[in-house]
Design a protein around this ligand. Structure first.
Ligand SMILES: Nc1ncnc2c1ncn2[C@@H]1O[C@H](COP(=O)(O)OP(=O)(O)OP(=O)(O)O)[C@@H](O)[C@H]1O
Ligand SMILES: [Mg+2]
Length: 509
């Protein structure tokens, strides 16, 4: 008889224990339950199950502590953590303490079964290979990375997985997607956290200076080298160096970077001495490195050296569900820094933010919230507080040409509209489309009316219908070149009525 896979569910909530057992028992699994961390540990001690589902938040011993206990009893124990909400912190922590995976409540039964099957397969592989992963313990930390979308959860998982080793990580993604944030997060969770973190923007340093910047130089090695200089790699010994915009690095410099990665050695410019350095390298680019490798502007061997683990930062438009959380986070930060007192955004504003295409990603969103929060009067950001370009984009679904003509003349700007940083005005054309937000989302009538209504409400106290009537009649008259007969047909009113309305509304033909 084949042995049934064993699964232990540890949760202090009896409903979760019941529902999870039911779902898992629908497959041929032997499911047992424990109502606390302590009980769970005792069960694992008695007979280790193939897979454990463990609640992260429990009365008594918490999930992470239980996880540590379990893994110290049996470092190979596969554990799936269950969380009520996905934050970067819990996700990274879960993976760091050696959880195999984690799942968010409320559960999707299909997802539970898929995770269980996957874990059991890993269990079988591990048993066959005799391999095991040691646990890693580090102190507490705080995250500044917001998002609980599936795409971000993948990012957090990978961060958790690469913190234990010195593996080189390549972080790619559009401008403003959080590449640097991720690099810092990897560093903060690594065993190098107490050592320096040095970020070098390879695109910002002139080509003739970058080598001296990175490796230092000897006195007199070139004109202007009046003294010896210690480079970033040397300064950073024992630490982590973040090579930002690596796609912009000159070929000659690339060769030297390759040498550091391969031999752990550097030479100062104009020097003869070879210095040993112990530096972990993280790199980022918003360019398509594969493409640059093809044109031979980037060394293929360096590419492979850097690209050991790849973290792709999803653009904001691929994770619209993170927008409300990011907005909250930015508003809270602004409050803490006493830069604004606004607490929330109106429903209309949220709708607009969700529809925007965000070519500048989180940086652009941050900037928009900041600018709106500063001019908002109450505790809520209203449609009128949004920067003009966001309000205008709302009319057209973010497209450059309006998909439906809009009769309402654009309002006077509601407040100061500072220049947008370059990142925020980058054309969206090059970016990939996602099903959630196609390249140009034409407004449907309902959405258009929502915006019109929000705008009219924000702009003046004039009765909405009167305003709309004036705009609509004016528009039709223009369209029909002032021909009253055709205009009245189009509008569905008699010529006499039209004349009366024109007079009453103060329109000119
Ligand atoms: N997930 C996120 N949660 C909260 N803030 C974020 C997130 N992602 C990015 N940010 C914020 O957006 C801004 C841009 O992030 P960052 O500098 O890491 O992006 P980047 O990908 O390095 O951009 P670039 O390619 O333009 O250098 C920062 O202020 C950062 O704090
Ligand atoms: Mg950056």
């Amino acid at each position: 008889m084949a042995v049934r896979p064993t699964i232990l569910v540890i949760d202090d909530d009896s409903e979760i224990r019941y529902s999870l057992s039911r779902v898992l028992s629908s497959r041929d699994y032997a499911v047992s339950t424990a109502a606390s961390g302590e009980e769970g540990i005792a069960a694992v001690r008695k007979s280790p199950p193939d897979v454990v589902f463990l609640d992260i938040r429990m009365g008594g011993m918490g999930g992470i502590e239980t996880l540590q206990h379990i893994r110290s009893l049996n470092p190979r124990q596969l554990v799936i953590l269950m969380t009520a909400f996905g934050t970067a912190q819990t996700a990274i922590e879960a993976m760091k303490y050696g959880a195999l995976d984690y799942i968010m409540k409320p559960f999707d039964p299909q997802k539970v079964l898929a995770l269980a099957a996957n874990a059991l397969k890993t269990h079988a592989d591990l048993t066959a290979a005799g391999a095991y992963k040691p646990t890693i313990n580090t102190e507490d930390y705080k995250e500044g990375i917001v998002g609980s979308s599936a795409a971000m959860q993948e990012v957090f998982k990978t961060i958790g997985q690469v913190t234990a080793s010195d593996v080189t990580v390549m972080i790619t993604g559009e401008s403003g997607t959080g590449k640097e944030l991720v690099a810092r997060s990897i560093y903060q969770h690594s065993h190098r956290a107490a050592k320096p973190f040095v970020a070098v923007n390879c695109a910002a340093i002139p080509e003739n200076l970058i080598e001296s910047e990175l490796f230092g130089h000897e006195k007199g090695s070139f004109t202007g080298a009046t003294g010896q200089r210690i480079g970033k790699f040397e300064l950073c010994d024992g630490g982590t160096i973040f090579l930002d915009e690596i796609g912009d690095m000159a070929l000659a410099t690339q060769t030297k970077i390759l040498r550091v990665l391969q031999e752990g050695e550097i030479q100062r410019v104009g020097g003869t001495e070879t210095l040993k350095v112990d530096v972990r390298v993280l790199a980022a680019t918003n360019k398509d490195l594969e493409e640059i490798v093809k044109t031979r502007a980037f060394r293929e061997d360096l590419y492979y050296r850097l690209n050991v683990v790849r973290i792709r930062m999803p653009p904001l438009r691929e994770r619209l569900d993170d927008i409300p959380q990011i907005v909250d986070y930015v508003l809270q930060t602004l409050q803490k820094q006493k830069k604004a007192r606004v607490r929330k955004v109106s429903a209309e504003v949220l709708a607009v933010l969700l529809r925007h295409r965000w070519p500048g990603n989180v940086r652009e969103l941050e900037n928009v919230i900041y600018r709106s929060a500063v001019i908002a009067q109450g505790d809520t950001i209203l449609f009128k507080d949004l920067p003009a370009e966001i309000r205008d984009a709302a009319w057209t679904g973010g497209a450059t040409t309006p998909s439906i003509p809009v009769a309402i003349p654009s309002a006077a700007p509601a407040g100061p509209a500072p220049a947008i940083p370059p990142a925020a005005v980058e054309p969206a054309a090059a970016s990939a489309t996602s099903p959630a937000a196609p390249e140009s989302t034409p407004l449907n009538l309902q959405d258009a009316l929502d915006f019109v209504y929000a705008r009219l409400k924000a702009e003046s106290d004039e009765p909405v219908l009167e305003r709309l009537e004036r705009e609509m009649i004016g528009r039709v008259l223009k369209d029909e070149n002032g021909n009253l007969v055709r205009a009245s047909e189009r509008l569905g009113m008699t010529r006499t009525t039209l004349r009366k309305r024109i007079d009453a509304l103060g329109l000119k033909i």
